[in-house]
Ligand binder design. Structure first.
Ligand SMILES: Nc1ncnc2c1ncn2[C@@H]1O[C@H](COP(=O)(O)OP(=O)(O)OP(=O)(O)O)[C@@H](O)[C@H]1O
Ligand SMILES: [Mg+2]
Length: 365
């Protein structure tokens, strides 16, 4: 006999391989409708989830059919993305739900690479996304998005319109000033330029704005933390000791300014030989894992050192834009889902098992 309670208990007792490990699927069931041998299960997820809908439906179907063979299951999975509270106490941007900063203590570990692919991955997963290049002294987003010569326009002489590339909105100091000109700016000038760009850009309605930060824990990062309504941060590191030590500094900085760190991305985790496919951990092993355990911060995912990641960026079509279904794109997409799933835990404690919660009317405390 099919009963709602048994169905919820069954789903609650299982873990699903394609579902983010720190959330419980049963908490996101908004409705069940059982009529004879027919069951509809409605699920609303608080993170962009396009890439897991197919596999999650399959897993759920298999789990339910095992218990009730012959029944007909109609599983509907939709996403509902909300704005989470910003801790900084600064006015939110009216059009942008959540701002996520991508940071590292050390330069050259792959922040911009991660920012661009993460932004594209969120978009492929079904979110509306923008990216802001906050690297005043060495902007790289225009090249990585294949629009180095682009110049933004204004329709009111007060605000600037972001550019569009591969389905996401983009803004960079690199679009506005000559690199040599920005190089001579002192910290405060660079910081106020950044604030102005964030606020004066006419962003569309965005679910997520990714900010690619310059390396380090200096003026720009502090301004960002104090003056820009950042929801959360992500730390990029290579497995190397040195990069890890710097990543720790970045984590500590975010702690001090009360911006929650959603996780660590380990970049260049292994090298896969183009010739023979042999995998080698040339920058050491398990660094991101160690960092996440030490600081109790989730490891969102690990990217290999791959020639194609670099080549595609240089050509202006990042991996996720080039082939959203490649193996590497799937890693970025999983990182995107893990990150935003973590964000939903931050905004609301789902651990008590709020079955039937109406996410659409819920507001962060
Ligand atoms: N996983 C990877 N595999 C291969 N090359 C990579 C990978 N990640 C980054 N790169 C390459 O490494 C270089 C540095 O990456 P990137 O510019 O993203 O680092 P960054 O941390 O933003 O640097 P900076 O501190 O200067 O802003 C780039 O040429 C990029 O193409
Ligand atoms: Mg960079």
């Amino acid at each position: 006999m099919l009963e709602q309670q048994t169905l919820l208990e069954l789903i609650g007792s299982r873990s699903f391989a394609s579902f983010p490990a720190n959330l419980k699927l049963v908490d996101f069931i908004t409705q069940t409708d059982i009529k004879g041998g027919s069951v509809e299960v409605d699920i609303r997820l608080p993170f962009p989830c396009e890439g897991l809908i197919g596999s999650l439906k399959e897993e759920l179907n298999a789990c339910l059919s095992e218990k009730w063979p012959g029944a007909n299951f109609n599983i509907v999975i939709k996403q509902h993305l909300v704005a989470y509270e910003t801790k900084a106490g600064v006015a939110p941007l009216s059009q942008v739900k959540n701002i996520i900063a991508v940071a590292s203590g050390k330069g050259g570990v792959g922040k911009s690479t991660t920012s661009v692919n993460l932004a594209l991955a969120l978009q492929k997963e079904g979110a509306k996304v923008g990216i802001l290049d906050a690297d005043i002294y060495g902007p790289s987003i225009p090249i990585m998005l294949g629009i180095p010569e682009a110049r933004p326009t204004s329709n009111d002489k007060k605000t600037i319109l972001p550019l569009n590339a591969h389905g996401i909105e983009a803004m960079s100091i690199g679009f506005l000033v000559d690199e040599k000109q920005a190089m001579v700016w002192r910290g405060p000038m660079a910081s106020s330029a950044l604030q102005q760009i964030v606020r004066d850009t006419q962003w569309g309605e965005l679910d997520y704005l990714i900010i690619d930060l310059p390396p380090g824990t200096g003026d720009i990062q502090l301004t960002m933390a104090q003056k820009i309504p950042v929801t959360a941060a992500v730390i990029v590191t290579t497995p190397q000791d040195l990069a890890l030590a710097d990543a720790k500094k970045a984590i500590t900085m975010f702690e001090k300014v009360s911006i929650p760190v959603m996780g660590v991305v380990e970049n260049m985790a292994t090298h896969i030989c183009n010739q023979c496919g042999h995998q080698e951990a040339i920058f050491g092993e398990g660094g991101g894992q160690y960092l996440s355990e030490d600081y109790d911060i989730p490891l969102l995912g690990q990217l290999p050192l791959s020639m194609s990641i670099r080549e595609l960026l240089d050509a202006g079509t990042p991996t996720v834009a080039d082939d959203p279904d490649s193996e590497i794109s799937h890693i970025y997409r999983e990182i995107a889902r893990n990150l935003t799933a973590n964000l939903s835990v931050l905004g609301k404690d789902f651990s008590k098992g709020a079955q039937g919660i109406d996410i659409s009317t819920w507001k962060p405390a």
